[in-house]
Design a binder for this molecule. Structure first.
Ligand SMILES: [Zn+2]
Length: 176
C-alpha cells in the first residue's frame, strides 16, 4: 500500500505543522519549486556547570534573588559577577530585593522554541533600590501597552525550579 500524498503548502508554518503530525511535507516556494521536508528528531544531553554562578541558580530555587557586592568599592551588582569590573576586587553574595522598577523593556513578537508558547513576551531590565546594576528578566501578566519606565514590579519564582534563568520572572507589583 502506498502512502497518501504529502500535503503541499506555500506557507512554511503549515509545513511545520504537517511535519509534527505526518513527519513529512512539501514546501512550494514563490517560484513554484517544490522541496520535501522531513522531521528528524535528535536529542543532546548537554552537561553544563554553573561553576561560581551556582549560588545564583540555587538561590532561585529558594525564591531568592542573589546579586553580588564588591569587597573593594562596594558596588552592588544586580547581575552577579565574581570580580568587580571597576576595581577588580572579588565580590561577595548579597540578597537583592524581590521588588524593583522597570528601567527599560522590549516586547518580543518572535522567540526561540522555548518561548514560542508565550510569544509575544516582554523582556525587562529591572532596577532595585540600593543596587547599582540591572537584572535582565521577563515581565509577565502585563500587556505591551501597560508597561512604562519606572513601573513597580515584583519577582515570581517557578514552583518547580529547573535551575535556569527562566526560574524567575517579574509581574506588575500588587498595590498595597
Ligand atoms: Zn569594586
Amino acid at each position: 500500500m502506498s502512502r497518501a500524498p504529502l500535503t503541499k503548502s506555500r506557507k512554511f508554518t503549515e509545513v511545520q505543522q504537517r511535519l509534527s503530525s505526518e513527519g513529512a511535507a512539501i514546501f512550494v516556494d514563490r517560484e513554484g519549486k517544490e522541496a520535501l521536508y522531513v522531521l528528524s528528531p535528535y536529542r543532546i544531553d548537554y552537561v553544563h556547570s554553573y561553576a561560581e554562578d551556582s549560588p545564583f541558580f540555587l538561590g532561585l530555587a529558594e525564591h531568592r534573588l542573589r546579586g553580588s557586592r564588591c569587597t573593594g568599592c562596594a558596588y552592588v551588582y544586580g547581575t552577579p559577577r565574581g570580580h568587580c569590573q571597576f576595581c577588580g576586587e572579588p565580590t561577595e553574595w548579597v540578597d537583592l530585593p524581590l521588588s524593583g522598577k522597570v528601567h527599560s523593556w522590549t516586547t518580543c513578537h518572535f522567540g526561540s522554541e522555548a518561548f514560542l508558547k508565550e510569544t509575544p513576551y516582554n523582556l525587562v531590565l529591572v532596577e532595585f533600590e540600593g543596587v547599582n546594576s540591572l537584572l535582565f528578566s521577563r515581565l509577565k501578566d502585563c500587556g505591551e501597552k501597560d508597561i512604562y519606565v519606572g513601573m513597580p514590579v515584583e519577582a515570581r519564582f517557578a514552583p518547580e525550579p529547573k535551575f535556569s534563568i527562566t526560574d524567575v520572572w517579574f509581574v506588575p507589583a500588587t498595590k498595597k
